[in-house]
Every structure is written in structure tokens, then in C-alpha cells.
Design a protein around this ligand. Structure first.
Ligand SMILES: NC(=O)c1ccc[n+]([C@@H]2O[C@H](COP(=O)([O-])OP(=O)(O)OC[C@H]3O[C@@H](n4cnc5c(N)ncnc54)[C@H](OP(=O)(O)O)[C@@H]3O)[C@@H](O)[C@H]2O)c1
Length: 391
């Protein structure tokens, strides 16, 4: 029996209808390690699979439903038929149908995207829309969500548990962009994950940060690691896309005087294009099965010093940009005038110290592996962003 093949069919949301009550039951499946588990929100319990196999065009599962046993006083196994239009399969086990049986029919997977009002989530939402995929756009301000074919905005602030459970209840695949930096971001992330678990989401793709770790030099990468841990503990099948620094973000490092200042020494970062991250995210969302439980470190094709970054910015932008290394003390002092909170200052300065100590330097093949195309170098990203040359 090819259990992996069976799971592939089942990770798409399927509608399961109770033949007795005609009620549509949302179903999600979790991975199979010898025992396939099919969960339904309706009965809140697991169906333990007794047998599973392919009969002709039918996937036939014989399962035992403890919750429905209690509810209906039946101890009969149920047969799940993946093709609503097909006649019920004979499952060979001789078991009587469970209160008329349950039918399960394949349907299109449903998608919800966060961060669509922003740069990365917006790119991902546009790609899905261009592919003709319907999606819910979860937004703090739904009116600001982009107008895309097949896209429906819904309230989705990360700390609004109830709204999120409502919006995600019929959703299979969710993209979670990390929230704006704030002192309570981790709490908001945990709230989002808890809501996704309660809603029965089948796959969560989380946009994390490169080399996320509890003691990461870049302080915000610690939040990402804690978020990842919470997702693991939630039981939702997941994929983590850990992004290096955004290549698109490099121009923002330049001060008004044309200098990038920070304690990065001559360390390197393998900056990655948001377009490439979006392509990778869409690939995972559309075909999640091989990526369940996987963590990908997404980088560009080269690890650059900030001297390299300044040179490329100069070449593309036409105005001179330089890199001026600071000590850590100088970095805190030069940013003191912004009056930012300590956690924010630590985040700013540690972006550079993480470059200095090599935390962001290793180039990976995750972008080409996931997307089938090469990762874009910084120069290409900047030229694409600045558009074709005038004249
Ligand atoms: N790897 C890097 O170099 C790097 C650099 C900067 C940021 N980041 C992280 O990557 C994320 C995506 O980057 P981006 O360029 O797309 O940022 P962006 O353009 O600022 O977009 C962020 C998106 O997240 C939404 N959002 C923020 N906080 C939220 C919350 N609490 N609840 C619901 N939605 C929330 C925003 O919605 P609103 O429209 O309501 O604000 C917006 O749609 C950022 O949010 C940040 O966590 C990474």
C-alpha cells in the first residue's frame, strides 16, 4: 500500500458529507506514520484508519470513528469514498456502513494569505491570483487589501483570535508572513498559530528568518525561532521559509549622506530577492506534500560584504554609496537620536553584527531547488526595481 500517495490525495481539503444528516464536514489530514489520521472539526475526533488502499479509481479507507460511535451508538467502521460522484466502493472488510456511511470528495484546496497589503505577501497573493487560484486575504484593514481576481479580503489581525478562527475555518493552506516588528510580535504570532490550529488548517507556510535560533545574533531571529517552536507544538503540518536579509531592502540601509553605517566589519550576507521568496512560497503552497515538516534557508546566489552592496548600489543607482564600518558602541550612539526603544535599537544594531559574525553568510540552493530557476543576484533585483533606463 502506497501510504505516501494516499496522503498526497488527502492533504487537499476534501468535503466529507454525512449521508444521514447531509451535513458537510470539514476534514483535514495529518501525516501518516503507519497510521493515517483523518480529523473532522464536526465531531472533533480522529478517525483511526483500519485499512487504506486503492480500488480502481477509488481510494478506499475503512476507519473507526470513536466520536460518532458515542453520538450514534454504532460501533461500525466507516467507509470514506474520495469521489463524491462515484458509487460507494466495496471495501471488502464486510463492515456495515456507519449511519449510512460518510462520503469524501476531492475539492480544490483553499488558500489564505497574510501580509497582502505589504511587499512580500502582496507578491505571493498576485502570483496565486495570476494562476487563477482563489484566496482569502487576511488583513488588519481589509479595505486596503489588493483587488485581485478570486481574492476575498477578511479581517485578520494576528492578535484577533476569533476573527482568525472564523476566517480560517474553511482553509487548507495558509501563508503566514511575520508581523511588523513590535514588542508583542511573538504573542501576536502565537495567537495566529493557535487560531489556525483551532480552525483545522491543513498546512501552514511560515515566513521565518534565516538561521533562526534562540540565541541568534540578530535579535529578531529569536522571535522567529520561538514562533517556529509554537507552530511545531501546534501539530499543524508546516513548512518554514527562513529568509536571509531582503535584497530589495538594501537601498534602505543608505543614510542621507550616501553612507551605509553599521558594525558589520567585512562580514557577508547572502541577501535574497522578495520575488524569489514569493516564487518559493507559491511552489510550497501549491504542492505542500513534499515540504511538510521541512525548513528551507532562502538566500540569494552570493554572499556580499556591505562594501560589495555599496558598490552595486552605486553602479545601479548612479549616486555614490559607501560603507562606513562602525564599532558597536558607535552604532548605538549614532542611532540614539531616533529615540527608539531598546529592543528596536538592539534589532537594528544586531542586523549588522549578524553580518559581521558570519551568521548570514552561507549561500544555499533552496531558491533554485524550490522554484526551478536561479536566485537573482542583488544587481538584478535593484535593476528590476528601478525599471528600464530612461530614454
Ligand atoms: N528578511 C528581511 O530582511 C526583513 C526585512 C524587513 C522585514 N522583514 C519581515 O518580513 C515581513 C514581510 O516583509 P514585507 O517587506 O512584506 O513587509 P511589509 O511590506 O511591511 O508588509 C508587512 C505585512 O504584514 C502585515 N502585518 C504586519 N503586522 C501585522 C499584524 N500584527 N497582523 C496582521 N497583519 C500584519 C502588514 O499589514 P498592514 O498593511 O496592516 O500593516 C503588511 O501587509 C515583515 O513584516 C517583517 O516581519 C524581514
Amino acid at each position: 500500500m502506497d501510504l505516501a500517495g494516499i496522503d498526497q490525495r488527502l492533504t487537499d481539503r476534501q468535503s466529507m458529507r454525512c449521508r444521514q444528516t447531509e451535513e458537510a464536514l470539514p476534514v483535514r489530514t495529518t501525516d501518516i506514520e503507519g497510521a493515517l489520521t483523518v480529523r473532522t472539526n464536526h465531531i472533533g475526533g480522529a478517525l483511526s484508519v483500519l485499512t487504506a488502499g486503492i480500488e480502481g479509481a477509488l481510494l478506499v479507507i475503512t476507519a473507526e470513528c470513536a466520536a460518532c460511535d458515542e453520538k450514534h451508538g454504532s460501533s461500525s467502521p466507516v467507509t470514506l469514498d474520495p469521489y463524491r460522484s462515484a458509487s460507494p466502493p466495496s471495501h471488502g472488510g464486510g463492515a456495515a456502513p456507519h449511519h449510512g456511511g460518510l462520503t469524501m470528495a476531492p475539492a480544490h484546496a483553499t488558500y489564505a494569505i497574510t501580509g497582502a497589503t505589504g511587499r512580500l505577501g502582496g507578491r505571493i497573493a498576485r502570483r496565486l491570483a495570476d494562476a487563477g487560484i482563489e484566496q482569502t486575504l487576511l488583513a488588519r484593514t481589509p479595505a486596503r487589501a489588493p483587488r485581485l481576481a478570486g481574492a476575498t479580503p477578511a479581517p485578520g489581525a494576528y492578535d484577533d483570535h476569533e476573527a482568525l478562527v472564523r476566517a480560517l475555518r474553511e482553509t487548507d493552506r495558509v501563508l503566514m508572513v511575520s508581523a511588523a516588528e513590535s514588542p508583542d510580535r511573538l504573542h501576536a504570532h502565537r495567537t495566529f498559530v493557535d487560531a489556525a490550529a483551532e480552525a483545522g488548517v491543513a498546512h501552514l507556510v511560515y515566513i521565518s528568518f534565516y538561521a533562526a535560533a534562540p540565541e541568534a545574533t540578530f535579535t529578531l531571529a529569536r522571535d522567529h525561532w520561538h514562533t517556529e517552536q509554537h507552530i511545531r507544538a501546534s501539530g499543524i503540518p508546516f513548512t518554514f521559509l527562513r529568509d536571509n536579509l531582503y535584497a530589495d531592502f538594501m537601498p534602505a540601509l543608505v543614510g542621507a549622506d550616501g553612507a551605509i553605517r553599521g558594525p558589520a566589519g567585512d562580514g557577508r550576507a547572502a541577501v535574497v530577492a522578495q520575488d524569489d521568496i514569493a516564487d518559493a512560497a507559491v511552489a510550497v503552497l501549491r504542492g505542500p506534500h513534499p515540504h511538510v515538516g521541512r525548513t528551507y534557508e532562502l538566500t540569494g546566489p552570493e554572499a556580499l560584504t556591505l562594501t560589495d552592496v555599496a558598490r552595486i548600489l552605486t553602479a545601479v543607482g548612479g549616486r555614490p554609496v559607501s560603507y562606513v564600518p562602525e564599532t558597536i558602541e558607535e552604532a548605538y550612539a549614532s542611532r540614539a537620536a531616533f529615540g527608539a526603544a531598546d529592543w528596536q535599537l538592539d534589532a537594528w544594531v544586531s542586523t549588522y553584527t549578524a553580518i559581521a559574525d558570519g551568521s548570514l553568510a552561507t549561500v544555499t540552493t533552496a531558491i533554485p531547488d524550490l522554484t526551478g530557476h536561479p536566485a537573482a543576484p542583488l544587481e538584478q533585483v535593484l535593476r528590476t526595481a528601478s525599471g528600464p533606463p530612461a530614454g
